[in-house]
Write a protein that binds this ligand. Structure first.
Ligand SMILES: NC(=O)c1ccc[n+]([C@@H]2O[C@H](COP(=O)([O-])OP(=O)(O)OC[C@H]3O[C@@H](n4cnc5c(N)ncnc54)[C@H](O)[C@@H]3O)[C@@H](O)[C@H]2O)c1
Length: 459
């Protein structure tokens, strides 16, 4: 986590000490935009992607306590989504909103108008499906906006490389960027991480993550009805389509992958995986058209030879397990006891998670709120803050596991990073009227992974 607590003076203090705003356009020879609001200045926020998480992130943003903040613009591809979230937000945090109808924007280019309503140093929330992340982040950087973006931040090799470059540009422009991998802001997990670094588990030899439950979100999709375009159908059901979300693997499983790797302070170098689709038809006998497998089992290998296993399953009636574990030479830790990062985290002697733990976390603060408190604090006090590189790496490691399952091959981190298969070329020029990046074949179905038969591409 990049929450550098050095004693670097805040931008405001620096400006005062060096004799005023006009003079202070260079710091150590690097031009730095004069964009950061101080503690008492109003920060304006725009929301791009007004769905479930976008609404949640906006509530978190407007609940930060370090100074005045308000939501001033909203953008979504679809009117029903924007209206529902506007109504919910008005109920929850209406006093911190000033979003008249002429700052509500619809369509694929709505993001530009919403960001145009901000001034440099304000914050834009990017909570569309991840396919659009690089397009929206590019524009945010050009407008000198600080950013909160949801995970995953990329779904394929080309998008990941683009995001890494944008991350550097954002840092060079002194912008602050948070990524919604909220485990990193769980105080329980931060304490667990500290304890592991201090040797309480001994040497880490194995990590395990499980997210196994009934089909969730838009894990599966039936054929598109006639009254909706392919583009709209796929965007609305983005978990079903690899170009839009990286599929259920990236969207659902990234949190465990991310926080387990954090506990080891390393990303795995390769993955091999199993996966299959047992139930390809709905109870009515209609064939599903999404691109997901219903089971994934990935063995990740780190450069020191140690392993991380991740099991994901979306299946009715099968045993539900949704938790993560770190095993070391001296004991075992529960990282997430429930869900993506739910506590309490704990450390046990030996390798069973029964009996009284040696240590158990007591902090119950909300990681979703903590990540916003840290971002706004970094903005107001001009602290270095950019989580994008780490977000890309977590996204890549997720993609590496997914690709290993989808191709039936071992996939290395470098292969994934350098993979040339771009799932949705030209996303920045598509419109809602365009063909979708993935169009069906003559049988009305979209291409699906064919492990073994299609060893180089996921579809
Ligand atoms: N950190 C977490 O725990 C967490 C939880 C849920 C979702 N998420 C992430 O948040 C993102 C959104 O997920 P969600 O569950 O809110 O989905 P959602 O479908 O509820 O919301 C997405 C919104 O984006 C809009 N949209 C799609 N394409 C757009 C475009 N090009 N321009 C403008 N608007 C567009 C959709 O119409 C929709 O309103 C995903 O990346 C998801 O992985 C993170």
């Amino acid at each position: 986590m990049n929450t550098d607590k050095t004693s670097t003076p805040s931008r405001r203090e620096f400006l005062q000490a060096t004799g005023g705003l006009a003079a202070a356009t260079m710091l150590s020879g690097i031009p730095i935009p004069l964009v950061h609001p101080g503690g008492d200045e109003m920060i304006q926020v725009a929301l791009v992607g007004c769905g479930g998480r976008g609404g949640g992130a906006a509530v978190n943003a407007l609940s930060t306590k370090s100074g005045p903040i308000k939501l001033v613009a909203m953008a979504d591809a679809f009117e029903d989504r924007l209206k529902a979230t506007f109504d919910n937000l008005t109920q929850a945090v209406g006093k911190n909103m000033d979003v008249p109808d002429d700052r509500k924007f619809l369509g694929f280019d709505a993001y530009k108008h919403a960001m145009d309503a901000l001034k440099p140093g304000d914050v834009v929330i990017l909570t569309t499906p991840p396919a659009f992340r690089w397009v929206h982040f590019t524009y945010a950087i050009s407008k000198k906006l600080n950013v909160f973006m949801e995970k995953p931040v990329s779904v394929d090799g080309p998008g990941s490389r683009r995001m890494l470059k944008l991350a550097e540009e954002a840092t060079a422009a002194n912008l602050k960027v948070g990524v919604g991998l909220m485990s990193r802001h769980s105080k329980a997990m931060i304490e667990l991480h500290d304890r592991i670094q201090h040797g309480e588990l001994g040497e880490i030899i194995l990590m395990r993550g499980y997210r196994m439950h009934e089909p969730a979100g838009f894990f599966q999709s039936l054929p598109k009805p006639d009254n909706i375009s392919h583009m709209e159908y796929q965007i609305r059901r983005f978990h079903s389509f690899l170009w839009a979300s990286g599929g259920c693997f990236n969207d659902f499983y990234i949190h465990h992958v991310d926080h387990l790797c954090w506990m080891k302070n390393a990303w795995p170098v390769s993955a091999q995986a199993l996966g299959g689709r047992h139930y390809r038809q709905s109870p009515e006998g209609v064939t599903y058209v999404d691109q997901n497998l219903d089971t994934y089992s990935v063995e990740y290998t780190f450069s020191d030879g140690t392993k991380m296993y991740f099991d994901g399953r979306c299946m009715v009636g099968a045993k539900g397990i949704y938790s993560s574990y770190v095993q070391g030479s001296k004991g075992i830790a529960i990282a997430a006891r429930a869900n993506d990062c739910g506590g309490p985290s704990a450390i046990y002697k030996g390798h069973n998670t029964v009996g009284t733990p040696k240590w158990q976390s007591t902090d119950n603060s909300n990681p979703y709120q903590n990540e916003w408190d840290s971002l706004i604090e970094a903005i107001r006090h001009n602290k270095p803050y950019n989580e994008v590189k780490r977000g890309v790496e977590a996204s890549l490691v997720s993609s590496m596991g997914r690709m290993a399952a989808h191709t039936g091959q071992e996939i290395t981190f470098d292969q994934m990073l350098n993979c040339e298969h771009e799932f949705a070329p030209g996303l920045d020029t598509l419109t809602l009227q365009s063909d979708a990046p993935l169009m069906p074949g003559a049988n009305g179905r979209y291409p699906v992974p064919m492990p073994g038969l299609n060893p180089n591409r996921e579809f």
